[in-house]
Design a protein around this ligand. Sequence first.
Ligand SMILES: Cc1cc2nc3c(=O)[nH]c(=O)nc-3n(C[C@H](O)[C@H](O)[C@H](O)COP(=O)(O)OP(=O)(O)OC[C@H]3O[C@@H](n4cnc5c(N)ncnc54)[C@H](O)[C@@H]3O)c2cc1C
Length: 424
Amino acid sequence: MLDIAIIGAGPAGLAAALRFHQKGFRPRIYESVPELKPLGVGIDVKVYGTKELVELGLYDEFVDISVDAKTSIFYNNHGQEIYAELCGVHMGYEHEQRFVHRGYLQMLLYRTVIERLGADAVVQGVRFVRYDQDADGVTVELEHADGTTEQVRADVLVAADGIKSAARRQMHPEQAEPHYSGITMYRGTTLMDPFNDGHSILHIGAPQIATMIVYPIADDFEGSGKTLVNWVVERDGEETIEDWNQLGSVEDILPLFDTVDLPFLDVQQMLRDNREVYLFPLIRHDPLESWTDGRVVLIGDAAHAMYPRGGNGACQAIVDGGALAGRLAAHEDPVVALKEFEAARLPKVNGMVMAHRGEGYEVIRRMVADRTNCEPFEDIEQVLPMAEADAIFSKYHAMVGQPRPGFEAGETTGFRTWSVDAAR
Ligand SMILES: Cc1cc2nc3c(=O)[nH]c(=O)nc-3n(C[C@H](O)[C@H](O)[C@H](O)COP(=O)(O)OP(=O)(O)OC[C@H]3O[C@@H](n4cnc5c(N)ncnc54)[C@H](O)[C@@H]3O)c2cc1C
């Protein structure tokens, strides 16, 4: 049986460990932090991400820590509705789209790895330094917190060590340094009463000023009786370090949303009542030409870091494990298995890395702002006809591998919530 070492106990490394275990392997994960904690804010788990969790046998546990996404609604910088679509099973997909706290999802995967593979399957407090390989295997150099080093041998090394991957740096030393895009994200949460129907994701604003995405990630959060709401603001900014835990100030963004007037959500109050605010610069990592080096493979953000917009980064990271496990089980030679995995996944995922640099379907907010000079409109159909918006959404969903049900038949799937309310 192959001896597999995994670097990093983020969603990619943990999901891969569970997938390998399903195929009869018993991998070991090496993680640099001394103790995993539920860090981060929200992740929008797309239908194909939920499918992965179902296949890992974790659907019920996932439902317990997440919120079903029913409606995705777009507003201009005055809070006027532009467009809406249904999500997940409500749209007709086989699986749900769900919102979850990144740290709670990570801890669910971690607990499951320990339950299924044993307590020694995750070694914490050891930092991957470098690898060397020969015809028979990989030697992995690890550093402990006290500065001592250790070498472990494995048949395959799976590097899931995130956006600043040391394995990626070793594999691609010539890769250009990442570049700041000019856009900074403010990621935060607020504990509050649920807004709208408690199952909506809101996309608010004009990119020419600033935009915001808001969605609930946990009901009755930690027994508080309140909903934990995640919000992400994008605005032009100044370059900062690429660190998920960098603190930011809400004062920088409050004035950017003072024209937004929604009937069911006081955006200013939500921002002011935040529990935490993190800064995260949008950094361009150029797509890699290869993810493999003999017996070593990059997965998750180490392989394909993309702007953390739209949930595909985390979902694609989870997909990697299943795609890799099947190939390692099918081939005697792991080098062949890794190459086959790369050939199947790299072109498609690199396409997504590039697509995420653009605005995707969020572009409708820019189109409306351009066509109205960021002023309120009288009739949205005159500004952005439904058919035009629908075509943009259908194309994007197909590109990320989840074509809308009815897409082939050219059916209209978008709507405006007020028109539905009026028809009731
Ligand atoms: C603390 C934190 C908070 C985050 N918050 C959010 C968020 O709010 N929203 C969002 O969309 N995404 C967030 N992310 C990123 C998100 O988890 C990833 O984009 C996505 O899930 C892909 O996961 P990954 O496992 O590839 O990478 P990551 O989730 O980044 O996991 C990588 C893991 O590797 C470990 N590691 C790194 N270097 C080494 C090394 N040399 N040796 C050993 N271990 C190493 C890290 O400690 C980490 O546990 C966060 C990531 C982190 C680490």
